[in-house]
Ligand binder design. Structure first.
Ligand SMILES: Nc1ncnc2c1ncn2[C@@H]1O[C@H](COP(=O)(O)OP(=O)(O)OP(=O)(O)O)[C@@H](O)[C@H]1O
Length: 227
């Protein structure tokens, strides 16, 4: 049976008083890999922000990884984010510390105490993204693709029920985009659910999957050959 990790009914997405998307009906099930496409300004980022609690859901209903988005309290947001892995276009790594310390920072902030468990988790996530030998490096010593792989490793730390990736290949060249995409495909094969906003049609063609499109203030599913 399919198990929803995200479900929105009659939802509207707002930036302050401006309605960006309306009548949003979406379900994402455990294990899915879903693309979110649409022109610049069509609302992909606003949609993602609503999902991770950066914008409030004030109209319609939404559940994500066991949280109700309507009326989500400020103090619940860190707990929601712990069950989500969020990956951004610009990586958002801390440049003043090594890869390992970037990961350690998140684990400590989310309550991890046991040193053996911490070390094992860091090794595990770095291995998943093929960065096991680079833990001692600083982000600025890594290529863009490597930085993004570390950001994906960071998103995996708390075994998220859903990974939200907002243009994860937006700053990468085509070859490196494919490498990062291979990592996302691999973790999806291993059971992680992923929603990925992208502009990159080459990736959609190379790795076809369920695709949602933002257009004209609506989100709808498209069949691949018409995107
Ligand atoms: N902080 C903000 N305050 C007010 N309006 C905003 C804000 N951020 C975005 N918008 C507006 O919301 C609309 C949707 O923007 P959004 O960034 O969600 O689109 P997008 O599809 O993610 O675009 P891109 O691909 O360029 O990131 C745009 O009209 C934009 O001007």
């Amino acid at each position: 049976m399919s198990e929803p990790v995200l479900h929105l009914r009659n939802a509207a997405i707002y930036q302050r008083e401006n309605m960006i998307l309306s009548d949003v009906q979406i379900t994402i099930n455990k294990g899915d890999f879903v693309y979110l496409i649409g022109k610049t300004g069509s609302g992909k980022s606003s949609f993602m922000k609503t999902l991770y609690g950066d914008l409030p859901l004030t109209e319609g209903e939404g559940e994500i990884v066991g949280f109700t988005l309507n009326g989500l309290k400020e103090k619940q947001i860190p707990f929601l984010r712990r069950k989500l892995g969020v990956v951004f276009q610009d990586f958002k790594l801390l440049n003043d510390r090594t890869v390992k310390d970037n990961l350690l920072f998140v684990l400590k902030a989310t309550g991890w105490k046991d040193k053996t468990a911490i070390d094992a988790k860091i090794e595990e996530v770095l291995a998943k993204v093929g960065m096991k030998s680079k833990g001692f490096k600083y982000p600025y010593q890594l290529s863009g693709g490597e930085q993004q792989r570390v950001a994906i490793a960071r998103a995996l730390l708390n075994d998220p029920e859903l990974i939200l990736a907002d243009e994860p290949t937006g700053n990468l060249d085509p070859q490196t985009s494919v490498e990062v995409m291979e990592v996302l495909q691999e973790i999806n094969k291993n059971g992680n659910t992923i929603l990925m906003a992208t502009h990159d049609y080459a990736l959609l063609l190379k790795y076809p999957s369920k695709t949602l499109k933002c257009d004209n203030n609506k989100i709808f599913e498209v069949v691949q050959r018409t995107v």
